[in-house]
Design a binder for this molecule. Structure first.
Ligand SMILES: Nc1ncnc2c1ncn2[C@@H]1O[C@H](COP(=O)(O)OP(=O)(O)OP(=O)(O)O)[C@@H](O)[C@H]1O
Length: 306
């Protein structure tokens, strides 16, 4: 295990500067664990995407990413594409330091502990996980890969609002956006195709999950398992604003699923279309519906805690 080469790509601005604070100790732990990290620091979105793309096609054995879910999304996409095209990509080390950290949460890591995650990189326990591929095209280049949840309804509208809010910048952004969005929201008309079977319905949201959480700990697909080759779909059927407001705190521990308005099932492929839907995945805008979401088993290799 000693001497493994690690490309460490850090977004120092992640988590309002938290990543920059923890970076020296992260490097120290990697070296103390016998690894040889080569640090590259991103300077902006395009630069981050370029660094991650190059690292995904490079020689490093491990690509360690220090940042938030935005950085993880870019890293996962770079590695999934490299793996799909060349059959090889570095194993991904996920070191959370953002505001959401939902991919780490969904893989059973402590989303607030960058040092424990660094120790996980050193321990080198590898696992191939599924990803949700989003796109009508099955070619690796024509798709976006999502590691957490694909959102299109109330959740996506709240995500759009959160991204547009000038304040606050931290983890309170999503709950605040949810409350603002709730005031104007009415159910949306969905046209779904679930494993080939069409279905029309009105709903507050249809969340298609590869892992459990989005929005900084909202466990909308609480039983999602990134190694089962399936998508976990959660539908919240039309309810009053008051009922939705009451359910919201229960989304953080997943206990909302017992409510009558909640329907859940698993599927390999879900086509999501409808009126006034927005497409979000891993908290990022991924294009307008229709969204063809397919579970792709063993799409990327990650380092996970024991
Ligand atoms: N040096 C930088 N300055 C500004 N933006 C950057 C920089 N490096 C990367 N980025 C961009 O910032 C986006 C968000 O960063 P990141 O996900 O790391 O942290 P966050 O926004 O604090 O956390 P979260 O995504 O969990 O809310 C990334 O998707 C990336 O495109």
């Amino acid at each position: 295990m000693s001497g493994r080469s690690v490309a460490l790509i850090a977004n120092p601005t992640a988590g309002k500067g938290r990543a920059a604070e923890v970076l020296p100790e992260v490097q120290h732990r990697l070296r103390a664990g016998g690894l040889e990290p080569t640090l590259l620091t991103s300077e902006g979105s395009d630069h981050a995407a370029r660094l991650l793309e190059e690292a995904a096609h490079g020689d490093a054995d491990v690509l360690a990413v220090l940042g938030g879910d935005g950085m993880m999304h870019l890293a996962v996409n770079a590695c999934a594409r490299a793996r799909a095209v060349t059959g090889r990509a570095p194993a991904l080390g996920l070191i959370p330091a953002g505001t959401g950290n939902d991919l780490c949460r969904g893989l059973g890591m402590d989303p607030d502990d960058a040092f424990a995650a660094t120790d996980t990189v050193v321990a080198d326990r590898r696992r191939l996980i599924d990803l949700a591929r989003v796109g009508e095209s099955a070619t690796p280049h024509g798709s976006t890969w999502v590691s957490t949840i694909v959102a299109s309804g109330f959740d996506a509208h709240a995500n759009a609002r959160a991204n547009a809010l000038p304040w606050p910048r931290g983890g309170l952004r999503y709950p605040l956006a949810v409350l603002v969005e709730l005031a104007r929201f009415t159910p949306l008309h969905y046209r779904l195709t679930v494993d080939g079977t069409p279905r029309e319905l009105d709903a507050m949201l249809v969340a298609v999950g590869n892992t459990a959480a989005y929005g900084g700990g909202v466990r909308m697909c609480p039983d999602a398992d990134a190694t089962d080759g399936l998508l976990d779909v959660t539908i919240i059927h039309p309810v009053s604003r008051l009922t939705l407001l009451r359910l919201l705190p229960k989304t953080y521990d997943g206990s909302f699923v017992t409510a009558r308005c909640v329907e859940r099932f698993r599927a390999r492929e879900v086509r999501v279309d409808g009126d006034d839907l927005l497409g979000y995945g891993d908290g990022e805008r991924i294009g307008d519906p229709p969204l063809l979401v397919t579970s792709v088993p063993r799409a990327v290799e990650v380092l996970v805690p024991s």
